[in-house]
Ligand binder design. Structure first.
Ligand code: ATP
Ligand code: MG
Length: 456
């Protein structure tokens, strides 16, 4: 049996070595279990979660290596149970609420639900009895001195979930990790909640390590914000559901435009830098997509088995067609620019525009032009407020982030695995993005729904 090791603030003070990133055998009892000098939690929270409660990470047992998805099984074909720590309130808490100086920061791009998470973190902190809560404006940049922090309370956050965006603002780039920790020391912050994607979490883990190096008693807890749903081990991340739902409006418009035009083709580009989850799910949900293109599955545009020749077939067969493409798909067709954003991420070429142009050129050359319409709803989707199901997810994640920090865990992030809420060590979830498995049942369902061939 294997289990993730969850780093705890007391590790460094008990002389224990931090081993945050690997699976941990059960026999090596983590030092954080039943740490002696915790404070009793005043709030009863309708029951506590025990530190050794855990959630099974992988629920399928493959009876044979030929079962769909069975390549995920341990290469030695031995069945290894992997467990993760269950999230929730602990009976003993590490911080006295009156000594807590909590800060919240949101980084990267916008995602539906950011305000819901901020709101819930503030409300839960107040229930614990925390008085000092601030928002760091505009991501990690807000740690530089010029930007004043924003005092937060239930009153301030009461209605922020009714609109999209982030109350605190977001940004990319910013000060170095050492500068951020300097600023935290100066402000006396001992609980930091970090809402962001893989870059933000890499930053949060670096901040956690720097705080350990300086022997600061600080809890750094992340809440994964990725509309792409590309975080390892997690069923889904907040904002994804809303994104899939909101994509339906763009897909439906593209369908109507294509369907109403003579030889109409609609192209919709959706979010997904390395993972096609939104594009796959949105295509499946709509039932209106003829061609679904994702980064995980290579394709050709030209040639007898290319996307364009299938579009020609579709126009002949049914008079119109709709394509849904993820932003990270087909990057090999676009000129590499080496341009990066402020965080160092490579700026992608626009595959949607490229397909639109190539499609127009292709049909013009055949002497029988097509009417091509292109929709990129990215910013309209990212700025939406969370739908009901994401609202609930955000609420639970926000609460659990606070419970985790109060328990004294640091360098962790919160998520939902196999329908249960868990704490995971940050390095375990950001080492690489979760992607659509081209051999998975879900991708094959998508192909069945579009009826597209292999474009290779
Ligand atoms: P999104 O999904 O919107 O891209 P993200 O969290 O990946 O979210 P980034 O812009 O990549 O967004 O990073 C957010 C912040 O994290 C930036 O301020 C960036 O400077 C910082 N950051 C990114 N990578 C690292 C890293 N390896 N170490 C420290 N800080 C980092
Ligand atoms: Mg990122």
């Amino acid at each position: 049996e294997k289990r993730f090791y969850i780093p705890h603030i007391t590790d460094i003070f008990d002389g224990a070595v931090a081993i945050p990133s690997t699976f941990c055998l059960k026999s090596r009892t983590p030092v954080n279990e039943d740490f002696a000098d915790g404070y009793p939690s005043d709030e009863k929270w309708h029951g506590y979660i025990n530190n050794s409660d855990r959630v099974l990470l992988k629920v399928i047992y493959y009876s044979s290596p030929t079962s769909a998805g069975a390549e995920c099984i341990d290469p030695d074909c031995t069945w290894v149970e992997q467990w993760v720590h269950r999230a929730g309130p602990r009976e003993k808490i590490y911080f006295k609420p009156e000594t807590v100086n909590a800060a919240i920061v949101t980084c990267g791009g916008l995602c539906p639900g950011l305000n819901d998470v901020i709101r819930q973190i503030v409300i839960t902190l107040e229930i614990y009895g925390v008085k000092n809560i601030v928002g760091i404006p505009f991501g990690y940049r807000g740690f530089s001195e010029e930007i004043a922090e924003m005092p937060l309370s239930r009153k301030v956050v009461q209605n922020i979930h009714l609109s999209g965006g982030s109350l605190l603002g977001v940004s990319r780039g910013g000060p170095s990790v050492a500068e951020i920790v300097d600023s935290m020391e100066k402000r006396g912050i001992n609980m930091l909640f970090v809402l962001g994607g893989n870059g933000t979490h890499a930053g949060a883990n670096a901040i956690h390590n720097e705080c350990r190096k300086r022997r600061m008693k600080v809890a750094i807890v992340g809440v994964p914000k990725t509309i792409d749903n590309d975080i390892l081990h997690m069923d889904k991340t907040f904002g994804f559901d809303t994104a899939v739902e909101e994509s339906q409006r763009a897909i439906n418009s593209a369908y109507i435009e294509a369907h109403s035009a003579y030889r109409g083709i609609g192209i919709v580009k959706l979010m997904g830098r390395s993972s096609g989850f939104i594009t796959m799910q949105a295509s499946l949900a709509s039932g209106q997509i003829d061609i679904c293109l994702i980064p995980e599955v290579p394709f050709h545009l030209h040639g007898p088995h290319g996307v364009l020749s299938h579009l020609k077939y579709l126009l002949e067969k049914k008079g119109s067609a709709v394509v849904c493409v993820a932003e990270g798909a087909g990057q090999n067709f676009l000129e590499k620019t080496n341009a990066t954003d402020a965080s160092g991420n490579i700026v992608f070429g626009d595959i949607g525009v490229h397909i639109q142009q190539e499609t127009k050129k292709y049909f013009k050359a055949t002497g029988n032009p097509a009417d091509v319409k292109y929709i990129d709803p990215t910013y309209m989707i990212r700025a939406c407020r969370a739908n009901a199901s994401d609202g609930i997810l955000c609420t639970v994640l926000g609460q659990n982030a606070v419970h985790g920090a109060f328990a004294g865990y640091s360098g962790i992030t919160v998520g939902i695995c196999n329908t249960h809420y868990v704490y995971l060590p940050i390095p375990e979830v950001v080492s690489y993005p979760r992607v659509v498995d081209p051999n998975s049942r879900m991708w094959h369902r998508c192909l069945t729904s579009t009826g597209q061939p292999d474009f290779v």
